[in-house]
Design a protein. Sequence first.
Length: 204
Amino acid sequence: MKGSQRSARYRSLRNWTPEAYLRRLRRRRVAGVLFLVIGITALIYADRHGWLLHSGGDWNRYENTQARVVHIVDGDTLDVDIPDGDRATTRIRLWGIDTPELAREQDNKPAQPLAHEATEMTRRLAMDQTVRIRLQSHRVRDFYGRVLAYIELPDGTILNERLLEAGVARYDPRFEHRHLTRFELIEKQAKVDKIGLWASGANN
């Protein structure tokens, strides 16, 4: 061992105390926790922006697949007859739009304006229909495990767009997807036409 190395090691040992060791240990623990928090935050951010890739199983099971709509939850959520894990059906959340919420007894919240109209429109267009499911490869499910999809109706139109055109849904700009700009333009036209949510007094 060279003299300079021996000297540095001697100084390090001479300055060692239990208190110094504990301080160093605490610094390492703080650094570890900080890196963990940063990593979790980055994952959450990536998920919210649709940057995480999902397993090919969901893609192969649902993309461009035809299925029958068996239940309407509300304006932007429905069930189709494809088994999903231990469930007999798959719950689908319409990509890129948000319809008014129905009343929730558990929260003692009344239905939002036009919530029933949005739900009834989805029921009229999609219930018991064989539809085609279209996905986005970068994000297949949402935080609640629902499959995110565009729903193509038997006449070739897209349910997501039909709800926007009728003014009973808002476009959701929080997550990137291939029809984001188109959905925004459809909503703008509904506002110009003053229909649905954009009609005078609709939110009163």
